[in-house]
Design a protein around this ligand. Structure first.
Ligand SMILES: [Ca+2]
Length: 300
């Protein structure tokens, strides 16, 4: 019963969002973006696409805050909403992707705001690296990059260090010892958004490696059971994790301070594409603020 309800709920959300997207775009276009001259065609097209991409973000942001308002949990960790040919005279596609950043590992959490190492988060990060077959020493390099002092944990690990928290994930590429391959492997699982006093991971959205990073006792099998369980019954409270077969209090208690069931930061990526011209907008919202605060915005 719950399964069907959730699936229906999700389908409804997507349909409503797609409808709202189209409506918002129609409204934006009625402001007279068109000039109608053929030599301006490419410019005009590209302007239209920018507007569509922007509408995608605005509408999703509104919907997201509406959905989250008054709810104790959020599920799933990511959502894709492609809308094809939204208007009669437009052949193209608008795609909006929403990702729960709280379901990812916040690398900034390994160093407390006061500069001390958060050992719990640090060891969790090492586990994440190990699971992804990345050298665990990368955790020390990230810690040195963030911490305010200049004492090398490893040879040259303080070289060029920023000595403060990362503002965006691509800063990871500036860190000595993190090459493109390591970065690409890490990217789907890490974020720089969220509180810094503790690691806080949304168990309703976290992917397997992130779930496993929380504890040595979370095996691949157990993480898989968590994913299957929440597909039918998203976690409404943290301690409902213990309803997952094999997830006893011995596993749950030590991690209870590092998890949550509701996303706070959400990344929205909206792309509009037509005749091989493409506009993309990436934004990150903090939905715990009221109204939601834009923490990042990039158009390309
Ligand atoms: Ca440092």
């Amino acid at each position: 019963m719950r399964y069907a309800d959730n699936q229906r709920g999700l389908a409804l959300v997507i349909t409503l969002l797609a409808l709202a997207l189209i409506t918002a775009m129609v409204v934006e276009f009625s402001y007279g973006v068109y000039t109608g001259t053929t030599d301006l065609y490419n410019w005009r097209d590209s302007q239209r696409l920018s507007l569509m991409a922007r509408s995608g973000v605005n509408v999703s942001a509104k919907f997201l805050t509406g959905i989250l308002n008054g709810k104790d949990y959020s599920y799933p960790g990511s959502l894709d909403m492609p809308v094809e040919n939204p208007f009669e005279d437009f052949s193209g596609i608008v795609n909006v992707r929403i990702e729960d950043e709280t379901a990812k590992f916040n690398v900034n959490s390994i160093v407390y705001p006061n500069g001390d190492l958060n050992e719990e988060a640090y060891y969790a990060f090492r586990r994440l690296l190990k699971i992804l077959l990345i050298d665990e020493m990368v955790a020390d390099r990230v810690a040195d990059w963030i911490d305010p002092d200049s004492e090398n944990r490893l040879a040259a690990s303080e070289a060029g260090a920023k000595n403060s928290a990362l503002f965006s994930v691509d800063e990871l590429l500036l860190i000595n010892g993190i090459n493109r391959k390591i970065y690409d492997t890490l990217l789907p699982y890490v974020t720089v958004y969220g509180i810094r006093d503790t690691l806080e991971i949304n168990i309703n959205g976290a992917e397997k490696p992130v779930l496993r990073s929380l504890s040595e006792n979370i095996s691949d099998d157990l993480a898989q059971r968590v994913i299957e369980y929440r597909r039918i019954n998203p976690f409404e409270q943290k301690d409902h994790l213990q309803k997952v077969p094999g997830f006893g209090s011995m596993v749950y208690n030590p991690i209870s301070g590092m998890i949550t069931v509701k996303g706070k930061h959400f990344a929205i990526s909206s792309s509009a594409e037509s005749h091989s011209i493409r506009r993309i907008i990436g934004a990150v919202l903090d939905t715990s603020a009221s109204p939601a605060r834009v923490e990042y915005w990039k158009e390309y």
